[in-house]
Write a protein that binds this ligand. Sequence first.
Ligand code: DGP
Ligand code: NA
Ligand code: NA
Length: 210
Amino acid sequence: DSIHHGGSRGALIVLEGLDRSGKTSQCSRLVSHLEGKGISVEAWRFPDRKTDIGTMISSYLANISQLDDQAVHLLFSANRWEKRLSMETKLRSGTTIVVDRYSYSGVAFSAAKGLDIEWCKAPETGLIAPDLVIYLDLPPEEAAKRGGYGTERYEQLEFQRNVAQQYQKLRDSTWKVVDAQLPVEDLEMQLRKFALECIATCQKKTISPL
Ligand code: DGP
Ligand code: NA
Ligand code: NA
C-alpha cells in the first residue's frame, strides 16, 4: 500500500506529550540542530492555526466559540488532512519534518472527553504514518507545576490526567518514550540521537499511510 515512488526522502518525526511537557521547545532545538548539520528540515505543528480550519480550532481552544465534541474532533483531523499533500511533497523532496503533535494528540484529547477511541482513530486513517514518534513523558502533576497552565480549554490537571491515560493506550513498542523531567540538554541529546537514526534508516522504508 505504498505511496512512495523511490529516491531519498525526508523523515516524518512526531513529538507528542501533555501540555507543558516541553515539546515545542524541544522541536525547535532539534530542528536547529539538524539544520546545523546541513539536513533539509522543517518545523511543523498541529493544530496549524493559520488555516481557516485552524482559526476555528483556535477560537474553540480559547473558549471564544463552543463546538460539539465530535465536530471539533473532525476539525482537528481536517486540519491534518488539509496539510497531507504538502507533507507528502516535502518528504518526497527529501525534507525531514519535525512535527509538534499529530494524530495521537487527536485521539488522546478527544478520547479523554469520553468519545469512543476507535471512532476517534477513524478519520486519521490514511494520513501519513510517522517514521518516529517521540513521547515526552511527564506526570500531569509535574506539568501543572511548570508555571501553571495557560487559559486554554484543555489546560486543566484533571483533564490532562485523562489525556495521559489515553496516550498510554496508544503507545506501542516503536515509540521512543523519554523522561521529560531530565535536564533540557539531556533530553535534547536523546532526541538528536533518535532523530538522526531515524533520518538515516527511513530512506529504505516507503512512505506509508496510517
Ligand atoms: P498546542 O498548540 O500544541 O498547545 O495544542 C493546543 C491544544 O489542543 C492542546 O491542549 C492539545 C490540543 N490538541 C492538539 N491536537 C488536538 C487534536 O487533534 N484534537 C483535540 N481534541 N485536541 C488537540
Ligand atoms: Na497548549
Ligand atoms: Na505546545
